[in-house]
Design a protein around this ligand. Structure first.
Ligand SMILES: Nc1ncnc2c1ncn2[C@@H]1O[C@H](COP(=O)(O)OP(=O)(O)O)[C@@H](O)[C@H]1O
Ligand SMILES: [Mg+2]
Length: 380
Protein backbone atom coordinates (compact mmCIF):
# COMPACT_ATOMS: atom_id res chain seq x y z
CA UNK A 1 0.00 0.00 0.00
CA UNK A 2 1.26 3.43 -0.85
CA UNK A 3 0.74 6.36 1.54
CA UNK A 4 -0.89 9.19 -0.39
CA UNK A 5 -1.91 11.79 2.19
CA UNK A 6 -3.69 12.71 5.41
CA UNK A 7 -7.29 13.22 6.51
CA UNK A 8 -8.09 16.96 6.62
CA UNK A 9 -10.09 18.92 9.16
CA UNK A 10 -13.93 18.79 9.21
CA UNK A 11 -14.07 15.03 8.73
CA UNK A 12 -17.04 12.88 9.69
CA UNK A 13 -17.70 9.15 10.08
CA UNK A 14 -18.70 8.66 6.45
CA UNK A 15 -16.97 11.41 4.52
CA UNK A 16 -13.73 13.36 4.71
CA UNK A 17 -11.23 15.13 2.55
CA UNK A 18 -7.75 13.77 2.08
CA UNK A 19 -4.89 16.20 1.47
CA UNK A 20 -2.55 14.62 -1.03
CA UNK A 21 1.19 14.35 -0.57
CA UNK A 22 3.14 16.35 -3.10
CA UNK A 23 3.19 14.75 -6.62
CA UNK A 24 0.43 12.26 -5.69
CA UNK A 25 -1.99 14.53 -7.54
CA UNK A 26 -0.40 13.26 -10.74
CA UNK A 27 -1.08 9.60 -9.86
CA UNK A 28 -4.17 9.35 -7.69
CA UNK A 29 -7.49 9.21 -9.55
CA UNK A 30 -11.16 9.42 -8.81
CA UNK A 31 -12.70 5.97 -8.00
CA UNK A 32 -9.41 4.75 -6.55
CA UNK A 33 -9.85 2.70 -3.39
CA UNK A 34 -8.00 3.67 -0.22
CA UNK A 35 -7.50 2.54 3.34
CA UNK A 36 -7.62 5.03 6.20
CA UNK A 37 -5.75 4.03 9.34
CA UNK A 38 -8.12 5.86 11.66
CA UNK A 39 -6.32 7.23 14.72
CA UNK A 40 -9.69 6.91 16.46
CA UNK A 41 -9.43 3.16 15.83
CA UNK A 42 -10.23 0.98 12.87
CA UNK A 43 -9.04 0.38 9.34
CA UNK A 44 -11.46 2.06 6.99
CA UNK A 45 -12.07 1.15 3.35
CA UNK A 46 -13.05 4.18 1.28
CA UNK A 47 -13.36 5.38 -2.28
CA UNK A 48 -12.10 8.67 -3.70
CA UNK A 49 -14.80 10.77 -5.27
CA UNK A 50 -14.43 14.48 -6.04
CA UNK A 51 -10.96 15.93 -6.51
CA UNK A 52 -10.02 19.54 -5.96
CA UNK A 53 -7.01 21.75 -6.70
CA UNK A 54 -6.44 24.89 -4.64
CA UNK A 55 -3.94 27.71 -4.96
CA UNK A 56 -4.11 30.58 -2.50
CA UNK A 57 -2.53 32.81 -5.15
CA UNK A 58 -5.24 32.09 -7.70
CA UNK A 59 -8.43 32.79 -5.81
CA UNK A 60 -10.90 34.20 -8.30
CA UNK A 61 -13.20 37.10 -7.53
CA UNK A 62 -10.63 39.17 -5.65
CA UNK A 63 -7.33 40.92 -6.07
CA UNK A 64 -3.94 39.55 -5.07
CA UNK A 65 -0.52 39.57 -6.73
CA UNK A 66 -0.95 36.04 -8.09
CA UNK A 67 -4.22 36.91 -9.81
CA UNK A 68 -2.69 40.10 -11.17
CA UNK A 69 0.25 38.12 -12.48
CA UNK A 70 -2.03 35.58 -14.14
CA UNK A 71 -3.94 38.39 -15.83
CA UNK A 72 -0.86 39.51 -17.71
CA UNK A 73 -0.07 35.93 -18.72
CA UNK A 74 2.60 35.08 -16.18
CA UNK A 75 2.86 31.61 -14.65
CA UNK A 76 1.92 31.74 -10.97
CA UNK A 77 3.83 30.32 -8.04
CA UNK A 78 2.93 26.77 -7.01
CA UNK A 79 4.12 27.25 -3.44
CA UNK A 80 0.58 27.65 -2.12
CA UNK A 81 -0.89 24.89 -4.31
CA UNK A 82 -2.64 21.91 -2.67
CA UNK A 83 -4.76 19.00 -3.88
CA UNK A 84 -7.39 17.03 -2.09
CA UNK A 85 -10.05 14.40 -2.75
CA UNK A 86 -13.33 13.86 -1.02
CA UNK A 87 -13.31 10.35 0.31
CA UNK A 88 -16.47 8.38 0.80
CA UNK A 89 -16.39 5.66 3.45
CA UNK A 90 -17.41 2.14 2.42
CA UNK A 91 -16.97 0.61 5.85
CA UNK A 92 -14.71 -0.63 8.57
CA UNK A 93 -12.64 -3.66 7.67
CA UNK A 94 -13.40 -6.50 10.05
CA UNK A 95 -14.11 -10.08 9.06
CA UNK A 96 -16.50 -8.61 6.58
CA UNK A 97 -17.07 -4.95 5.92
CA UNK A 98 -19.08 -3.22 8.63
CA UNK A 99 -20.62 0.19 9.04
CA UNK A 100 -18.01 2.65 10.29
CA UNK A 101 -19.27 4.57 13.30
CA UNK A 102 -16.21 6.50 14.43
CA UNK A 103 -15.17 9.92 13.15
CA UNK A 104 -12.12 9.78 10.93
CA UNK A 105 -9.47 11.58 12.97
CA UNK A 106 -7.89 14.53 11.13
CA UNK A 107 -4.28 13.67 10.41
CA UNK A 108 -4.98 9.93 9.98
CA UNK A 109 -2.82 8.50 7.20
CA UNK A 110 -4.43 7.37 3.95
CA UNK A 111 -3.05 4.52 1.82
CA UNK A 112 -3.83 3.62 -1.77
CA UNK A 113 -4.60 0.03 -2.79
CA UNK A 114 -2.22 -0.81 -5.58
CA UNK A 115 -3.05 -3.32 -8.27
CA UNK A 116 -1.53 -6.33 -6.51
CA UNK A 117 -3.51 -5.73 -3.29
CA UNK A 118 -7.07 -6.74 -4.00
CA UNK A 119 -9.46 -4.83 -1.69
CA UNK A 120 -12.40 -6.91 -2.95
CA UNK A 121 -11.24 -9.62 -0.58
CA UNK A 122 -12.22 -7.36 2.32
CA UNK A 123 -15.59 -6.67 0.76
CA UNK A 124 -16.36 -10.33 0.34
CA UNK A 125 -14.96 -11.80 3.49
CA UNK A 126 -14.44 -15.49 2.87
CA UNK A 127 -17.97 -16.59 2.17
CA UNK A 128 -18.82 -15.26 -1.29
CA UNK A 129 -17.46 -17.42 -4.05
CA UNK A 130 -19.23 -15.77 -6.99
CA UNK A 131 -18.21 -12.58 -8.71
CA UNK A 132 -19.27 -10.33 -11.53
CA UNK A 133 -17.07 -8.11 -13.71
CA UNK A 134 -14.18 -6.29 -12.11
CA UNK A 135 -13.55 -3.03 -10.32
CA UNK A 136 -13.00 -0.12 -12.71
CA UNK A 137 -9.42 -0.11 -14.11
CA UNK A 138 -8.46 -3.29 -12.22
CA UNK A 139 -9.11 -6.51 -14.19
CA UNK A 140 -7.54 -8.51 -11.35
CA UNK A 141 -10.17 -7.32 -8.85
CA UNK A 142 -13.36 -9.31 -9.57
CA UNK A 143 -16.38 -7.84 -7.77
CA UNK A 144 -17.83 -10.36 -5.30
CA UNK A 145 -21.53 -11.18 -5.30
CA UNK A 146 -23.50 -12.10 -2.21
CA UNK A 147 -25.26 -15.23 -3.40
CA UNK A 148 -28.22 -14.75 -1.11
CA UNK A 149 -29.25 -11.70 -3.15
CA UNK A 150 -29.41 -13.54 -6.47
CA UNK A 151 -33.06 -14.59 -6.04
CA UNK A 152 -34.02 -10.93 -5.66
CA UNK A 153 -34.84 -8.93 -8.79
CA UNK A 154 -31.84 -7.64 -10.67
CA UNK A 155 -32.19 -4.61 -12.94
CA UNK A 156 -29.66 -3.48 -15.55
CA UNK A 157 -30.10 0.09 -16.69
CA UNK A 158 -28.17 1.98 -19.34
CA UNK A 159 -28.91 3.96 -22.46
CA UNK A 160 -29.05 2.14 -25.79
CA UNK A 161 -25.65 0.72 -26.67
CA UNK A 162 -24.55 1.01 -23.06
CA UNK A 163 -23.76 -2.70 -22.84
CA UNK A 164 -26.81 -4.10 -21.00
CA UNK A 165 -27.22 -7.15 -23.21
CA UNK A 166 -23.48 -7.77 -23.22
CA UNK A 167 -23.42 -7.63 -19.45
CA UNK A 168 -26.29 -10.12 -19.29
CA UNK A 169 -24.69 -12.44 -21.82
CA UNK A 170 -21.14 -12.48 -20.57
CA UNK A 171 -21.57 -11.92 -16.84
CA UNK A 172 -25.07 -12.25 -15.45
CA UNK A 173 -26.16 -15.45 -17.22
CA UNK A 174 -22.89 -17.28 -16.38
CA UNK A 175 -23.29 -16.06 -12.80
CA UNK A 176 -26.79 -17.58 -12.56
CA UNK A 177 -25.59 -20.85 -14.08
CA UNK A 178 -22.57 -21.03 -11.78
CA UNK A 179 -24.80 -20.35 -8.80
CA UNK A 180 -26.93 -23.36 -9.74
CA UNK A 181 -29.94 -21.66 -11.32
CA UNK A 182 -31.51 -22.74 -14.59
CA UNK A 183 -31.94 -19.84 -16.98
CA UNK A 184 -34.62 -18.83 -19.48
CA UNK A 185 -33.77 -15.80 -21.59
CA UNK A 186 -36.52 -13.93 -23.40
CA UNK A 187 -34.67 -12.49 -26.37
CA UNK A 188 -37.13 -9.81 -27.38
CA UNK A 189 -35.42 -8.95 -30.66
CA UNK A 190 -33.86 -12.35 -31.26
CA UNK A 191 -30.64 -10.50 -31.90
CA UNK A 192 -28.74 -10.32 -28.68
CA UNK A 193 -28.67 -13.96 -27.54
CA UNK A 194 -30.23 -16.44 -30.01
CA UNK A 195 -27.47 -16.16 -32.65
CA UNK A 196 -24.73 -16.76 -30.11
CA UNK A 197 -25.85 -19.99 -28.49
CA UNK A 198 -25.95 -23.57 -29.81
CA UNK A 199 -29.16 -24.52 -31.59
CA UNK A 200 -30.19 -26.91 -28.86
CA UNK A 201 -30.39 -23.99 -26.43
CA UNK A 202 -32.67 -21.88 -28.64
CA UNK A 203 -36.41 -22.21 -29.22
CA UNK A 204 -38.59 -19.97 -31.35
CA UNK A 205 -41.68 -18.22 -30.09
CA UNK A 206 -43.80 -19.78 -32.85
CA UNK A 207 -43.15 -23.23 -31.37
CA UNK A 208 -44.98 -22.27 -28.21
CA UNK A 209 -48.58 -23.14 -27.46
CA UNK A 210 -50.38 -20.09 -26.09
CA UNK A 211 -53.06 -20.53 -23.46
CA UNK A 212 -56.72 -20.32 -24.56
CA UNK A 213 -57.35 -16.95 -22.94
CA UNK A 214 -54.39 -15.49 -24.79
CA UNK A 215 -55.39 -17.11 -28.06
CA UNK A 216 -58.90 -15.67 -27.82
CA UNK A 217 -57.73 -12.14 -27.19
CA UNK A 218 -55.05 -12.47 -29.85
CA UNK A 219 -57.50 -13.70 -32.50
CA UNK A 220 -60.06 -11.06 -31.54
CA UNK A 221 -57.43 -8.43 -31.98
CA UNK A 222 -56.27 -9.82 -35.33
CA UNK A 223 -59.88 -9.93 -36.52
CA UNK A 224 -60.34 -6.29 -35.64
CA UNK A 225 -62.59 -7.13 -32.68
CA UNK A 226 -65.21 -8.22 -35.22
CA UNK A 227 -65.61 -4.62 -36.23
CA UNK A 228 -66.95 -3.56 -32.84
CA UNK A 229 -65.52 -0.85 -30.66
CA UNK A 230 -67.49 -1.66 -27.50
CA UNK A 231 -66.96 -4.84 -25.53
CA UNK A 232 -70.61 -5.72 -24.89
CA UNK A 233 -71.77 -5.68 -28.45
CA UNK A 234 -69.25 -8.21 -29.62
CA UNK A 235 -70.36 -10.65 -26.90
CA UNK A 236 -71.98 -13.28 -29.12
CA UNK A 237 -69.05 -13.57 -31.48
CA UNK A 238 -66.46 -13.60 -28.74
CA UNK A 239 -68.47 -16.21 -26.89
CA UNK A 240 -68.57 -18.43 -29.97
CA UNK A 241 -64.83 -17.99 -30.48
CA UNK A 242 -64.16 -18.77 -26.82
CA UNK A 243 -66.24 -21.95 -27.02
CA UNK A 244 -64.22 -23.05 -30.00
CA UNK A 245 -60.79 -22.17 -28.60
CA UNK A 246 -61.45 -23.57 -25.13
CA UNK A 247 -62.62 -26.85 -26.68
CA UNK A 248 -58.92 -27.32 -27.59
CA UNK A 249 -59.98 -29.43 -30.59
CA UNK A 250 -57.82 -27.31 -32.88
CA UNK A 251 -54.47 -28.02 -31.20
CA UNK A 252 -51.97 -29.73 -33.46
CA UNK A 253 -53.74 -28.78 -36.71
CA UNK A 254 -51.98 -27.05 -39.57
CA UNK A 255 -52.99 -23.60 -40.78
CA UNK A 256 -55.35 -24.81 -43.49
CA UNK A 257 -57.15 -27.26 -41.25
CA UNK A 258 -57.38 -24.67 -38.50
CA UNK A 259 -59.08 -22.25 -40.87
CA UNK A 260 -61.58 -24.85 -41.93
CA UNK A 261 -62.42 -26.00 -38.42
CA UNK A 262 -62.64 -22.47 -37.05
CA UNK A 263 -64.94 -21.38 -39.84
CA UNK A 264 -67.23 -24.36 -39.50
CA UNK A 265 -67.47 -24.12 -35.75
CA UNK A 266 -68.17 -20.39 -35.75
CA UNK A 267 -70.86 -20.54 -38.39
CA UNK A 268 -72.59 -23.42 -36.71
CA UNK A 269 -72.71 -21.66 -33.38
CA UNK A 270 -73.60 -18.21 -34.73
CA UNK A 271 -76.20 -19.27 -37.26
CA UNK A 272 -77.05 -22.92 -36.60
CA UNK A 273 -80.24 -22.85 -38.62
CA UNK A 274 -78.64 -21.29 -41.67
CA UNK A 275 -81.00 -18.29 -41.62
CA UNK A 276 -80.60 -15.67 -44.32
CA UNK A 277 -81.78 -12.69 -42.29
CA UNK A 278 -81.99 -11.50 -38.72
CA UNK A 279 -79.42 -11.40 -35.93
CA UNK A 280 -77.84 -14.83 -36.49
CA UNK A 281 -77.28 -14.01 -40.15
CA UNK A 282 -75.79 -10.59 -39.31
CA UNK A 283 -73.44 -12.23 -36.81
CA UNK A 284 -72.39 -14.72 -39.47
CA UNK A 285 -71.66 -11.94 -41.94
CA UNK A 286 -69.78 -9.98 -39.36
CA UNK A 287 -67.67 -13.02 -38.60
CA UNK A 288 -66.98 -13.67 -42.27
CA UNK A 289 -65.76 -10.13 -42.77
CA UNK A 290 -63.42 -10.39 -39.78
CA UNK A 291 -62.29 -13.87 -40.75
CA UNK A 292 -60.95 -12.51 -44.04
CA UNK A 293 -58.61 -10.24 -42.08
CA UNK A 294 -56.95 -13.21 -40.46
CA UNK A 295 -53.86 -14.19 -42.42
CA UNK A 296 -51.87 -17.39 -42.36
CA UNK A 297 -48.94 -16.04 -40.39
CA UNK A 298 -51.32 -14.81 -37.66
CA UNK A 299 -52.66 -18.31 -37.40
CA UNK A 300 -49.23 -19.91 -37.50
CA UNK A 301 -48.32 -17.98 -34.38
CA UNK A 302 -50.96 -19.73 -32.30
CA UNK A 303 -50.35 -23.22 -33.62
CA UNK A 304 -47.20 -23.92 -31.67
CA UNK A 305 -47.36 -27.05 -29.57
CA UNK A 306 -44.78 -26.50 -26.85
CA UNK A 307 -46.57 -26.05 -23.54
CA UNK A 308 -45.22 -24.15 -20.57
CA UNK A 309 -44.47 -27.52 -19.00
CA UNK A 310 -42.46 -28.53 -22.08
CA UNK A 311 -40.50 -25.29 -21.91
CA UNK A 312 -39.74 -25.74 -18.24
CA UNK A 313 -38.70 -29.34 -18.89
CA UNK A 314 -36.36 -28.13 -21.66
CA UNK A 315 -34.86 -25.53 -19.35
CA UNK A 316 -34.34 -28.21 -16.72
CA UNK A 317 -32.51 -30.58 -19.06
CA UNK A 318 -30.45 -28.01 -20.99
CA UNK A 319 -30.04 -25.57 -18.06
CA UNK A 320 -30.16 -22.61 -20.43
CA UNK A 321 -32.85 -21.83 -23.00
CA UNK A 322 -33.06 -18.75 -25.20
CA UNK A 323 -36.55 -17.92 -26.38
CA UNK A 324 -36.10 -16.27 -29.77
CA UNK A 325 -38.89 -13.72 -30.26
CA UNK A 326 -37.83 -12.18 -33.54
CA UNK A 327 -40.32 -11.50 -36.34
CA UNK A 328 -43.31 -11.44 -34.03
CA UNK A 329 -45.40 -8.51 -32.92
CA UNK A 330 -45.61 -7.09 -29.45
CA UNK A 331 -48.92 -8.84 -28.78
CA UNK A 332 -47.56 -12.29 -29.51
CA UNK A 333 -44.43 -11.67 -27.48
CA UNK A 334 -46.47 -10.50 -24.58
CA UNK A 335 -48.85 -13.43 -24.97
CA UNK A 336 -46.05 -15.98 -24.89
CA UNK A 337 -44.54 -14.25 -21.91
CA UNK A 338 -47.83 -14.08 -20.03
CA UNK A 339 -48.66 -17.69 -20.75
CA UNK A 340 -45.38 -18.85 -19.30
CA UNK A 341 -45.40 -16.31 -16.47
CA UNK A 342 -48.86 -17.41 -15.42
CA UNK A 343 -47.69 -21.00 -15.32
CA UNK A 344 -44.67 -20.09 -13.20
CA UNK A 345 -46.84 -18.08 -10.88
CA UNK A 346 -49.19 -21.00 -10.36
CA UNK A 347 -46.21 -23.13 -9.45
CA UNK A 348 -44.93 -20.49 -7.05
CA UNK A 349 -48.31 -20.23 -5.41
CA UNK A 350 -48.04 -23.94 -4.79
CA UNK A 351 -44.75 -23.20 -3.04
CA UNK A 352 -42.62 -24.94 -5.65
CA UNK A 353 -39.02 -23.79 -5.44
CA UNK A 354 -38.42 -22.96 -9.09
CA UNK A 355 -34.71 -22.27 -8.96
CA UNK A 356 -35.10 -20.54 -12.29
CA UNK A 357 -33.77 -17.20 -13.48
CA UNK A 358 -35.84 -15.35 -16.08
CA UNK A 359 -33.79 -12.89 -18.10
CA UNK A 360 -36.03 -10.35 -19.82
CA UNK A 361 -34.07 -8.24 -22.27
CA UNK A 362 -35.62 -5.07 -23.63
CA UNK A 363 -37.89 -4.81 -20.62
CA UNK A 364 -37.71 -1.10 -21.31
CA UNK A 365 -39.89 -1.20 -24.40
CA UNK A 366 -42.34 -3.70 -22.98
CA UNK A 367 -42.46 -2.85 -19.30
CA UNK A 368 -45.35 -0.36 -19.41
CA UNK A 369 -47.35 -2.74 -21.54
CA UNK A 370 -46.41 -5.67 -19.35
CA UNK A 371 -47.44 -3.83 -16.24
CA UNK A 372 -50.79 -2.99 -17.71
CA UNK A 373 -51.16 -6.52 -18.95
CA UNK A 374 -50.25 -7.84 -15.55
CA UNK A 375 -52.83 -5.76 -13.85
CA UNK A 376 -55.46 -6.72 -16.35
CA UNK A 377 -54.74 -10.35 -16.90
CA UNK A 378 -52.81 -11.79 -14.04
CA UNK A 379 -54.15 -12.34 -10.56
CA UNK A 380 -51.51 -10.47 -8.59
N1 LIG B 1 -17.95 -4.67 -21.80
C1 LIG B 1 -17.83 -4.39 -23.09
N2 LIG B 1 -16.63 -4.37 -23.67
C2 LIG B 1 -16.50 -4.10 -24.98
N3 LIG B 1 -17.52 -3.81 -25.81
C3 LIG B 1 -18.75 -3.81 -25.30
C4 LIG B 1 -18.98 -4.10 -23.92
N4 LIG B 1 -20.29 -4.00 -23.69
C5 LIG B 1 -20.86 -3.68 -24.86
N5 LIG B 1 -19.94 -3.55 -25.84
C6 LIG B 1 -20.18 -3.16 -27.23
O1 LIG B 1 -21.29 -2.27 -27.28
C7 LIG B 1 -22.29 -2.77 -28.14
C8 LIG B 1 -23.66 -2.50 -27.55
O2 LIG B 1 -23.83 -3.30 -26.38
P1 LIG B 1 -25.23 -3.91 -25.98
O3 LIG B 1 -24.96 -4.84 -24.86
O4 LIG B 1 -25.92 -4.47 -27.17
O5 LIG B 1 -25.97 -2.59 -25.48
P2 LIG B 1 -27.47 -2.41 -24.93
O6 LIG B 1 -28.05 -3.78 -24.73
O7 LIG B 1 -27.32 -1.64 -23.65
O8 LIG B 1 -28.18 -1.60 -25.97
C9 LIG B 1 -22.01 -4.26 -28.31
O9 LIG B 1 -22.35 -4.71 -29.58
C10 LIG B 1 -20.53 -4.34 -28.11
O10 LIG B 1 -19.86 -4.20 -29.33
MG1 LIG C 1 -29.68 -4.70 -25.62
Amino acid sequence: MRPIGLIASDSSENEARVILNQTEEKRVKVEDLVLVDNRNEGKILAVLRRGRGTNENLKPGGYNPGVAYARVGGSPSTVKETYDFTLSVIGEIKEAIQQNRRILAPGSPVYLFEDIENPMLYLAGTKHKHSIGYYVSHPSWPVPVDESFIPYHIGVFASTGGGKSFLARFQIIPLFLNAGFDVLVLDWKGRDYAPYYPEENVISISEIALDPETVVSYLCEKMGNFGYTGLQARGTLTQALEDFIYSEGWRGLDVKEFRRVLYKSMISSLNPKGLTSGRPFEDQQRFERSYKRLNDSDIQTILGTLTSEDILRLVRTRRLIILDMKKTGKDEKLSAFLTFARYLMDLMQMDVDLNLALVIDEGRSTAPLTQRAYRRRLPI
